[in-house]
Design a protein around this ligand. Structure first.
Ligand SMILES: [Zn+2]
Ligand SMILES: [Zn+2]
Length: 191
């Protein structure tokens, strides 16, 4: 599917499509050595703190800084690679996407690209010195970005539909009774 524009992201598929396109752009512009044909994407609605994560198989002998031989590499499950990196999954946290502004979300993706590049090259990844250097080059944070859960959840008082999440006290939260839901033209409740 073609990626929607950032402001039009509404579904998990949209978020994956947009994020994948953005990562491809970063690969091109900043020469990140990754292949996306061996990456799966998912959206997590359960992650509580981590904005995103790279899920990958554990490879016992792998070490950051030591390029791995993907002909013979063996995963903890006993599977032997055939010259290509074992697939990894970039897991995107929906609530983080909603909590962040665009710049923070893009930085989160660049952080995961550093993990992906390390993993595909070395079979593992971590936040050590090599990561720091690469993170600086890609203009992203060294520590995985975290987010806090929405403090306020506003729902339609009639049908209970989710109307909005807010991460801080704001006018919508303080004066919820002055707003109406678009689904039922009803009052809003704040949890
Ligand atoms: Zn990280
Ligand atoms: Zn409603």
């Amino acid at each position: 599917m073609t990626a929607p524009s950032y402001d039009d992201i509404e579904t998990h598929d949209d978020l994956v499509a947009w994020s994948r396109e953005y990562c491809k752009e970063v690969r091109r512009e900043r020469l990140v050595d990754v292949r996306f044909d061996l990456v799966e994407w998912e959206v997590s609605t359960r992650a509580k703190r981590r904005a995103a994560a790279l899920k990958r198989p554990k490879i016992p002998a792998a070490a950051v800084g030591a390029p791995i031989d993907w002909e013979t590499a063996e995963a903890a499950g006993g599977r032997v690679a055939d010259g290509r990196p074992f697939p990894a999954t970039i897991s995107l946290t929906w609530d983080a996407f909603e909590a962040f502004d665009r710049a923070a979300w893009e930085s989160t993706l660049r952080h995961e690209l550093v993990h992906l590049e390390q993993y595909q090259r070395c079979g593992t990844t971590g936040h050590g010195r090599a990561f720091k250097e690469r993170a600086r080059e890609l203009d992203t944070e060294v520590h995985c970005e975290t987010f806090s859960e929405a403090k306020y959840v506003l729902r339609c008082a009639v049908c209970d539909a989710l109307v909005a999440r807010r991460y801080r006290d704001c006018k919508l939260v303080r004066r919820a009774e002055e707003y109406r839901s678009s689904c039922c033209d009803a009052a809003l409740t704040v949890d």
